[in-house]
Design a protein around this ligand. Structure first.
Ligand code: C2E
Ligand code: CA
Ligand code: CA
Length: 758
């Protein structure tokens, strides 16, 4: 029996040893150190107990007992220290703790006691038919027992205090150990009262030690882990479902119904069948890690990212877990993003970038096919927008896109797209392109918007792609150049790109590069065309720009004005012209000719680029001239661009003394209509628009009514482009006030003008 018990104790000792070495392995933290010390304490009480069990020699047994008491005292101290640290209470340095010194003193006393046997004696006693050494303490050792008892109770007390203060999941971590320590304390008392051999006590201490280490090192963190996992699973928007080996539902996260996209939790236990079907249909292996797939349930399509895994232990199936993430929204967002990136939002056809990409692809895939690129664009789309409003304009764009869709659907190898505000591009095989078909399609759409006084004009440019290695932008540019050139030519609706267009646009590029220098060097000059009254007297002139180019000679405005109007540099040029006009007026004033005026042209772009009012007020101030002598010509289409804004501007300028002339009156759109909103001083009527010989009678009638109307509205009329005596006579007849045109004089250089009229 003794040997068996010794063997068992040896086993405990070995386990304890393993524990000590494991605890040395783990990262050194405060608690681990205390646990290790306790384990040493346990070893310290097991070893003497083994000697006590085995020895027949009383003296040896007595020594062992003494050693046992000493080890026990240290062990209790270690327990106390562990408990205080474990529960997070103030740490005392071990040497400063009274318990340490008491234990040292006890140990010393016990060693001295060996010789006097004053503390305890040992004797043989029978226990279950076996003889054991048991000890009998003398009353002097009760002090020792009391100190151990107090330390143990103290340890239990701090643990209970910690348990009371801590969160629920940590409560067991403290109270568990407190209970074990209490069991140990009770075991001590019971074995003392019943005079049991200390064997039972030692065994229970060793076992308790193992439980304490388990509780302190493994149990609490594991529990925390579990809690954390549960927390994550509950908070997760993804669905996690777990089935056991019998396909019974074991776990389903709170996010499951959200994740699968429908609120139907009942029948969830049958869902596994569903998921396994989904996955088997996806035709993937068993440990397939999720890809996105579309699933239709409840008439909705969902996209899931599913990960599933069969759980195995030792090669045996123990369950299956599905992790289902609903990615419907992100897939839809992604598709929307792609759509937005590639398609024009309004019309739903390709946008510029995607059109270029697809056109490039088409060229590469069909190297032997000759392609054409066409560009079609509304002429003066801003006017259209102003007259009809954004909504109708958008409607026009959508209708055009629709006509492209239906018209081109049967044409193979054809791509089209919308670029910029109003340009549509089509690329198709040359042999399938017929310009008349394009124009017919354009007309069909345009007719919807045409009214009596407004014609929607859409122009087209076509470029045969001779060299498909050029980049797409320059291919499109060539079609666009042809289109722009068509826009500049009243009678042309469609133009094929050719060298002359190329040359012209290169020339424009050159002018663009040279403009600043030209202004600086005085190459930009005003020419003056006289304006004559009824009595044939020159009363002023219109200032018209001429570029006296140092290489190309005199360049008429038609060659550069439209281009500078397009790119905005017209303002730079106009400012230069206005200053020259002002300088001239100043000179004439000084010569006593304040009766002469100069009319200058204001471009639509100027109205946006400058504070026209401020600019003119300070101009006349700077030159010291009369505002009345500087007349301002604004075309009706410039005014119509932003009618409300410009009505105010015109009123302000008039208040400052300027006279405003509406240039090219009658050339555009709802000329008459506009007169109800805006009150200008002069209507300038271009004879070109009325010089239609076929309909002379009608032209005359219109002109007459314009003059009549202007009289009624207290506006003067200027007729420009007067070329013949007949025209002049007719104008005089209907009561037009002022005349300008080749009949009197071409625009003249300032010197010529002054020589002739001053
Ligand atoms: P606009 O303002 O309507 O100027 C009248 C144009 O008619 C001038 O052309 C003038 O030379 C021309 N003209 C004058 N009398 C007759 C005639 O009897 N018969 C014909 N067929 N034409 C006549 P120009 O000088 O070539 O100017 C063309 C346009 O360029 C001008 O039209 C105006 O819109 C613009 N422009 C000219 N100078 C300037 C300027 O300094 N600034 C701005 N923004 N535009 C200017
Ligand atoms: Ca003019
Ligand atoms: Ca004019």
């Amino acid at each position: 029996m003794q040997t068996a018990m010794t063997g068992f104790l040896l086993l405990l000792l070995i386990m304890n040893g393993i524990m000590i070495s494991r605890l040395s392995d783990t990262k050194q933290s405060g608690i681990i150190k205390h646990l290790r010390n306790m384990a040493w304490g346990v070893a310290g009480i097991i070893v003497p107990e083994m000697i006590i069990l085995l020895t027949k020699d009383r003296q040896a047994a007595y020594y062992a007992y003494t050693f046992y008491y000493i080890a026990f005292a240290w062990y209790i101290m270690m327990i106390f220290r562990f408990s205080v640290n474990y529960s997070g209470y103030q740490l005392f340095k071990i040497y400063q703790s009274p318990l340490f010194w008491i234990t040292v003193a006890e140990s010393a006393a016990l060693i001295l006691g060996i010789f006097s046997e004053r503390f305890f004696t040992i004797t043989h006693a029978k226990w279950y038919n076996h003889t054991y050494w048991i000890s009998r303490e003398f009353s002097i050792l009760y002090g020792y027992a009391a100190i151990c008892g107090i330390a143990l109770v103290g340890a239990v007390a701090v643990l209970i205090a910690a348990a009371a203060q801590s969160a629920k999941i940590y409560r067991l971590k403290y109270s568990g150990i407190a209970i074990i320590l209490s069991v140990m304390a009770i075991a001590c008392v019971v074995s003392q009262i019943h005079e049991q051999p200390i064997l039972v006590l030692v065994i229970s201490f060793a076992l308790c030690e193992i439980v304490i280490v388990y509780m302190a090192v493994y149990y609490a963190p594991k529990k925390l882990n579990q809690r954390a996992m549960q927390f994550v699973a509950d908070k997760l928007n993804d669905g996690i479902v777990l089935y056991d080996d019998e396909h019974q539902l074991q776990l389903v996260t709170a996010g499951y119904s959200d994740a699968v996209g429908f609120k139907r939790m009942q029948g969830i236990s049958n869902e596994e069948q569903y998921w396994s079907k989904v996955i088997s249909e996806a035709n993937v292996g068993n440990a397939w890690n999720g890809r996105v797939m579309a699933v239709t349930r409840d008439n909705n399509t969902y996209y899931y990212e599913i990960q599933h895994m069969a759980l195995n232990e030792d090669g045996k199936f123990i369950g299956i877990v599905y992790w289902i993430r609903n990615v419907t929204e992100s897939i839809e967002n992604y598709r929307e993003m792609v759509r937005r990136a590639n398609f024009d939002e309004l019309t739903g056809i390709y946008n510029e970038a995607h059109f270029h990409e697809m056109a490039r692809k088409l060229l590469e895939e069909n190297p032997d096919t000759a392609f054409v690129m066409t560009c079609s664009s509304v002429d003066k789309f801003r006017v259209f927008k102003e007259l009809f409003g954004q909504e109708k304009y958008d409607n026009y764009l959508m209708r055009t896109a629709e006509s492209l869709r239906t018209g081109l659907v049967h044409i193979p190898n054809c791509v089209y797209g919308r670029v910029g505000e109003a340009d549509f591009y089509i690329m198709m095989p040359k042999k399938l392109f017929h310009s008349q078909e394009l124009l017919d399609a354009i007309d069909e759409v345009a007719n919807v918007y045409n009214t009596n006084n407004f014609h929607l004009i859409v122009k087209a440019g076509v470029y045969e792609i001779t060299d498909s290695s050029q980049d797409m932008l320059s291919i499109c540019n060539k079609a666009s150049m042809a289109c722009d050139t068509a826009k500049g030519d009243y009678g042309t609706r469609l133009l094929w790109f050719d060298e002359s267009i190329q040359k012209e646009s290169m020339l424009r590029e050159r002018y663009n590069a040279e403009l600043s220098k030209a202004i600086e060097h005085g190459e930009i000059q005003i020419y003056l065309q006289p304006q004559v009254n009824k009595d044939g007297k020159v009363i002023g002139a219109e200032a018209l720009v001429r570029w006296i180019h140092r290489e190309d000679g005199l360049i008429p405005p038609a060659h550069f004005i439209p281009f500078f109007e397009m790119n905005g540099r017209i303002t730079e040029l106009d400012i230069c012209i206005w200053r020259q006009a002002c300088a001239k007026l100043k000179e004439w004033k000084e010569k006593g000719r304040e009766d002469l005026h100069i009319s200058v042209n204001i471009s639509a772009k100027d109205l946006y680029a400058l504070d026209i009012y401020e600019h003119y007020v300070s101009l006349v101030k700077e030159y010291g001239i009369n505002a009345k002598n500087l007349k301002l010509e604004i075309t009706e289409s410039a005014i119509i661009n932003d009618l409300k804004q410009h009505v105010r501007l015109v009123e302000k300028l008039q208040d400052a003394g300027f006279e405003i002339e509406m240039d090219d009156f009658g050339s555009a759109y709802s000329s008459f209509n506009m007169l109800k909103d805006i009150c200008v001083d002069v209507l300038k009527i271009d004879m070109k628009f009325l010089g239609d010989t076929e309909n002379e009678a009608r032209s005359h009638a219109i002109l007459k009514s314009i003059v009549d109307l202007s009289k009624e509205l207290h506006m003067k009329t200027v007729a420009e482009g007067v070329e013949t005596e007949e025209q002049l006579n007719f104008l005089k007849e209907v009561g037009c006030d002022i005349y300008q045109g080749y009949y009197f004089s071409k625009p003249l250089s300032v010197a010529e003008f002054e020589a002739k009229y001053l």
